[in-house]
Design a protein around this ligand. Structure first.
Ligand code: 5GP
Length: 110
């Protein structure tokens, strides 16, 4: 079932988009938990990490590389965090795979 992120991909609802290519889209989180908080999502509808199949390997690699590129673009040369919540127990609220890029404040998440 399409989530709110599919509507952002389809431009049905607005978002502050910072990067886009054929495979992924990146936009600022509406409720940022750090000075820089960007969500990188695959354009393919994949519910979560638990729903990946082998054919999605290149998509995941592409999204992770996009996180690194956007971090550089955002001036996060000192470092940053990448977080993926998976499923209910993992605190995932939006059922469309997304990679959180968090930076601009020192934080240790694990
Ligand atoms: P999750 O808890 O699923 O890993 O993270 C979902 C994230 O999506 C949250 O940080 C939340 O603030 C963000 N979010 C939810 N709805 C929207 C929206 O409509 N637009 C944007 N830009 N971010 C959203």
């Amino acid at each position: 079932m399409p989530s709110i992120f599919s509507k952002i991909i389809d431009r049905e609802i607005p978002a502050d988009i910072v990067f886009e290519d054929d495979v992924c889209l990146a936009f600022r989180d509406i409720n940022p938990k750090a000075p820089v908080h960007v969500l990188v999502i695959p354009k393919k509808e994949i519910e979560s990490l638990a729903h990946l199949s082998d054919e999605d390997e290149s998509i995941v690699g592409h999204c992770v590389l996009a996180v690194a590129k956007i971090a550089a673009q955002e001036g996060l040369a000192d470092g940053y965090n990448m977080v993926v919540n998976c499923g209910q127990a993992g605190g995932q609220e939006v059922p469309h795979l997304h990679f959180h890029l968090l930076g601009g404040a020192k934080q240790t998440l694990v």
